[in-house]
Design a protein around this ligand. Structure first.
Ligand code: UGA
Length: 439
């Protein structure tokens, strides 16, 4: 692959824009990242990173000579050959994607004399490419190529996912643009898949929906395991050894969360519904995932004989470990449900930023798992933080009113917890009763 340094303008300094910008700068390109939020740009210009993403700060610092940040679209576009759109596309009331931020970027491209390609990384409905193409033509940018280059990076390992992806998907309007975007990735260790714009748009939505389906499938199997005496961890391990199925995304738990799977599965469902097709499988996936955290609370309620006035410790708040992100985290549903049952909710999380909105403003935050668990009637592992491996469980159990642990991520060793005096509940496995008496 040819490695010609290009001048790239990135629109959006969120997770995707910052990772994309920093990685392109690392590959040798000159990158300007533009965002509309003054505080975000101020922090970046001061050498701070406004989001938590492992390795991102170091990558930005290492490439600071080729990486600038601005509020000004014209400045970002000065000399830019390629404009990357990485703005968010939140759902509207109808479930359609709100593309207003995309359109305002397109609007600003009129003042970019060197521009040869516009690439969209934001997740968009299939067909957006045609609309963008028409908007570019209307804006007198008929000579500018267009491509969809969806991202498949997962939070917490986004830099590595970008630089060593399973595949780079490029859906371009013409061969020259496909070649340009391919060359832009020179140095990235992954195969390039070139396809139509609409197919590239669909790959992103379909891949996330299939991953969400895989998680939901194992959560359904877990429920059947609970009813029949099988152990979902043993089942998942053996299923995953079949190379046609693979071991990934077979971890049963409290359901998927985050900024992508819930939003993208709903967007794909809305897209299908808009064309009159009820995507029944995806409907079930969304429904089961919604139920998953509620089932956990119901099981806890049964075990405790009611939740009113019970003190419950939530261990973990973020939607997964390795991120500070609380978006669509199952923890919020769990905390809100517990509060609705008049429980007293105490939380711990090593990364989540102070959250003062509901339900968090009605909970108490603690600096360690042990402190959150003191005097509690039950503790619930919501996020699989590795810090939980360092907890002195026997001591934490002795400090609880009742040593009951619901491991919502099947993250801990059941035998060790039972030996530490806990009643150990988990997802898709039998409840273990304590092997020693703590009091
Ligand atoms: C996801 C995809 O993995 C990325 O490929 C994609 O690019 C990204 O969405 C996106 O569209 O931007 P992310 O949301 O960061 O990435 O997180 P994942 O690691 O995929 O986890 C999503 C949720 O599924 C988490 O709540 C996690 O706890 C849950 N999960 C994951 C399970 O419950 N079980 C599993 O086996 C795997």
């Amino acid at each position: 692959m040819v490695n010609t340094p290009r001048t790239v303008a990135i629109f959006g300094a969120g997770y995707i824009g910052l990772v994309t910008g920093a990685c392109f700068a690392d590959l040798g390109h000159r990158v300007t990242v533009r965002d509309v939020q003054p505080e975000r740009i101020r922090l970046l210009n001061a050498g701070d990173v406004p989001i938590y993403e492992p390795g991102l700060g170091d990558l930005i610092a290492a490439n600071k000579d080729r990486l600038t940040f601005t509020l000004d679209a014209r400045e970002a576009l000065k000399g830019a050959e390629i404009a990357y759109i990485c703005v968010d596309t939140p759902p509207t009331a109808s479930g359609d994607a709100d593309l207003s931020r995309v359109w305002s970027v397109i609007e600003s491209l009129k003042d970019a004399p060197h521009l040869t390609a516009v690439v969209i990384k934001s997740t968009v409905p299939v067909g957006t490419g045609d609309r963008v193409r028409a908007a570019l033509d209307e804006a007198g940018l008929g000579h500018v190529g267009y491509a969809s280059n969806p991202e498949f990076t997962a939070e917490g390992k986004a830099v590595d996912d970008f630089l060593r992806p399973d595949r780079i998907v490029i859906g371009a309007s013409d061969a020259a643009t496909a070649q340009l975007v391919t060359e832009l990735h020179a140095g990235v260790e992954g195969p390039v898949q070139t396809l139509s714009v609409a197919s590239a748009e669909m790959v992103k939505l379909a891949a996330n929906a299939l991953l969400a389906t895989k998680i939901t499938f194992i959560n359904e199997i877990a429920t059947v395991c609970e009813a029949t005496g099988a152990d979902v961890e043993q089942v998942a391990r053996a299923i995953g050894m079949d190379h046609r199925l693979g071991p990934h995304f077979l971890k049963a738990g409290l359901g998927y969360g985050g900024s992508c799977f819930p939003k993208d599965s709903r967007a794909l469902r809305a897209m299908a519904s808009n064309s009159g097709y009820p995507f029944q499988l995806l409907n079930s996936v969304i429904e089961v995932n919604d139920l998953q955290p509620r089932r956990a609370i119901q099981r806890l309620k049964t075990e405790l004989g009611g939740l009113k006035g019970r003190r419950v410790a939530l261990l973990g708040m973020t939607f997964k470990a390795g991120t500070d992100d609380l978006r669509e985290a199952p923890s919020a549903v769990i905390a809100a449900r517990l509060l609705a049952e008049s429980a007293d909710v105490h939380c711990w999380d090593p990364m989540a930023r102070p959250a003062d909105a509901a339900p968090w403003n009605s909970t108490t935050r603690h600096p360690s798992p042990a402190e959150a668990m003191r005097d509690a009637d039950a503790a619930l592992v919501v996020t699989e933080w590795p810090d939980l491996n360092d907890v002195d469980w026997a001591a934490a159990g002795r400090a609880m009113r009742r040593p009951l642990l619901f491991d919502g991520r099947n993250a801990l060793d059941p035998d060790a917890l039972a030996a530490a005096g806990f009643t150990y509940m988990s997802v898709g496995r039998a409840t273990l009763r304590p092997r020693v008496t703590v009091r």
